[in-house]
Write a protein that binds this ligand. Structure first.
Ligand code: C5P
Length: 224
């Protein structure tokens, strides 16, 4: 593991399936960083809404979000909502379908962003999502924006789902991520966009290792 000095914040954004979770996790391992999967937090809040049947009752949901506890274990691999490990449930088709609608609520974002910033105070971190380079860590030491064609992103997601024996089609996966992209890009508060000072990485046709190596190299070059 290569240690980088002294304390760094790496922020990474991009659309669904751009590879940022896998890449960020591997960069975290290589450089000994804390890994923050911000999407998992919006997913946990969406699950909280479903569990309490308040998907439509946003003011009650906001109160529940203020009172709930969201924690990570195993360096961001597992997520705990209150006392329950919800790492699997937050990836369900129901959550996929609803999460972008819940994530657009400004009061919910406010709570989650504050929580993320507090996590960021704990040390060197790599955090990924939709607004990490623009809103959560606007002064991050390194910023990356990962993207890939929608076809490629759907292909990757479909392969992941097939490996988990989820019954779906590539067209359904493409439709789901396109709908989510559209909502994330067009929302009023903290829409998905590349920060002006982010390094753009098109991952189409690249392997995960190639992208990880590129990012680690950028960090080491600037950290010399
Ligand atoms: O990263 P992931 O695909 O798990 O994110 C799920 C959803 O959470 C996104 O589609 C988006 O609506 C929301 N999200 C967000 N801001 C972030 C991370 C995720 O709005 N920083």
């Amino acid at each position: 593991m290569t240690k980088i000095a002294p304390r760094v914040t790496i922020a990474m954004d991009g659309p669904a399936g751009s590879g940022k979770s896998t890449v960020a996790r591997l960069v975290a391992e290589k450089l000994g960083l804390l890994y923050l999967d911000s999407g998992a937090m919006y997913r946990a809040v969406t699950l909280l809404a479903i569990q309490n049947s308040v998907e439509e009752d946003i003011s009650t949901l906001i109160e529940l979000v203020k009172e709930c506890n969201i924690d990570f274990r195993d360096n961001g691999q597992r997520i705990i909502l209150n006392t329950e490990d919800v790492s699997v449930q937050i990836r369900s088709p129901e959550v996929n379908k609803l999460v972008a609608d819940i994530a657009k609520v400004p009061e919910i974002r406010h709570e989650i962003v504050r929580h993320q910033q507090r996590i960021g105070e704990n040390g060197s971190i790599i955090a990924e999502g939709r607004d990490l380079t623009t809103i959560v860590f606007p002064n991050a030491d390194y910023k990356f924006y990962l993207d890939a064609s929608v076809k490629e992103r759907a292909k990757r997601r479909f392969a992941d789902l097939q490996a988990q024996n989820v019954d779906t089609t590539i067209d359904a996966v493409e439709a789901e991520i396109s709908a989510r992209d559209e909502k994330d890009i067009s929302r009023k508060h903290s829409p998905l966009r590349a920060a002006d000072d982010a390094i753009r990485v098109d991952t189409t046709g690249k392997t995960i290792d190639e992208v990880v190596d590129f990012i680690v190299k950028q960090i080491k070059t600037k950290n010399k």
